[in-house]
Design a protein around this ligand. Structure first.
Ligand SMILES: [Zn+2]
Length: 344
């Protein structure tokens, strides 16, 4: 089985965008927010939005199950206030639940959290619990910078985040560290802001004792870990200079990297540098980079092809990257895959 741990619902029916537009307009004009009941999307429309996209690509590329969450750039925690963020997150998570119910063999849910700059995480704890216990979701996306590129909040290691981490540990679910849109023109969303977020989160973890406080807390850093694998020596050296433990001891029981690196040399570097036990297969399709690489004739985000070409990976290594590591990092996914006859 091949589990893709990073997929977003980027092909949503247009009604969802219209709803969001109306919601923001209502917030800005201080009018009542539109009710979720005003959004009408049929099951057929959901099917149509997926059949020619994510489902077709799963079939063509030979992957099986995508860990699926709302569009990351659409979370836009910097827009509106806590009430807007909560209503929008619930709506987006409800939609993911419908998709996962329609295609239980193809998608399993991960939720968006109703973060809002400067607002405590109480509603995030509640929404995570709702999605995990009511919908069977297996994780969440956590935005390290809900200000949208201004980094005005405290680092992920600050105690303000602890209520959420306590709930994650209690529910035994990981978070993917995932920024959303950038409202700072210095940072292109997917080309700079995303990679900054990934790299920044790793360095925050490196300098803290967060995993002493939460030994079983787990994070997936997407987009191949941002700049981290390329600069692994820098991070090892920084940890050493700061009298921190070696990275293996400091954070590799808790921090994992996906494979959303869109060329073979990048995947080769990732698999050489980062321990195989810490790499989870992912493509982020249909996502940030949608084109075909003229040098290979294949989609940039067809990341399985790169892994298939890495000569030094053993069959056991591939099994870990494609399936076993995801089952370990997402225990609720593993539990769901174990069918009642015991064959899973
Ligand atoms: Zn993503």
């Amino acid at each position: 089985m091949i589990i893709d741990c990073h997929g977003h619902y980027t092909t949503e029916p247009t009604q969802l965008h219209a709803f969001r537009k109306a919601q923001i307009a209502a917030y800005e004009s201080k009018s009542p927010l539109p009710s979720a009941a005003t959004l009408a999307i049929s099951d057929d429309e959901l099917r149509q939005s997926l059949e020619g996209a994510q489902l077709k690509l799963q079939r063509e590329r030979g992957t099986n199950l995508t860990i699926f969450s709302p569009r990351a750039s659409g979370m836009a925690h910097h827009i509106g206030d806590a009430a807007v963020s909560l209503a929008w997150s619930r709506l987006c998570n409800d939609l993911i639940h419908r998709v996962c119910t329609l295609y239980p063999d193809n998608f399993i849910g991960v939720c968006q959290l109703p973060q809002s700059p400067g607002v405590e995480l109480k509603s995030c704890v509640g929404e995570l619990e709702r999605c995990v216990t009511e919908f069977g979701f297996v994780g969440c996306n956590l935005n390290p910078d809900p200000s949208g590129g201004h980094w005005s909040g405290p680092p992920l290691t600050d105690r303000v985040w602890y209520p959420l981490y306590e709930k994650m540990v209690e529910l035994d679910v990981p978070a993917m560290i995932h920024v959303s849109g950038s409202c700072n023109p210095n940072f292109h969303v997917t080309g700079a802001h995303y990679i900054n977020g990934d790299t920044t989160a790793f360095m925050q973890f490196l300098t803290s004792d967060l995993f002493k406080d939460f030994p079983t807390l787990r994070f997936v850093i997407p987009h191949g870990g941002g700049a981290v694998p390329y600069h692994w020596g820098r991070y090892r050296g920084l940890a050493q200079d700061m009298k921190r433990p070696p990275l293996e001891e400091l954070l590799l029981n808790n921090v994992f990297f996906d494979t959303c690196v869109y060329h073979l040399p990048g995947i080769e570097l990732l698999t050489k540098v980062v321990p195989i036990d810490n790499i989870l297969f992912a493509s982020e399709m249909v996502g940030a980079v949608r084109g075909i690489d003229p040098r290979t004739g294949h989609h940039y985000d067809d990341t399985k092809r790169y892994l298939d070409q890495v000569a030094w990976l053993s069959a056991g290594d591939r099994q870990k990257v494609f399936e076993d590591n995801a089952r370990r990092v997402y225990p609720r996914l593993n539990a769901r895959l174990k069918c009642s006859c015991g064959c899973g």
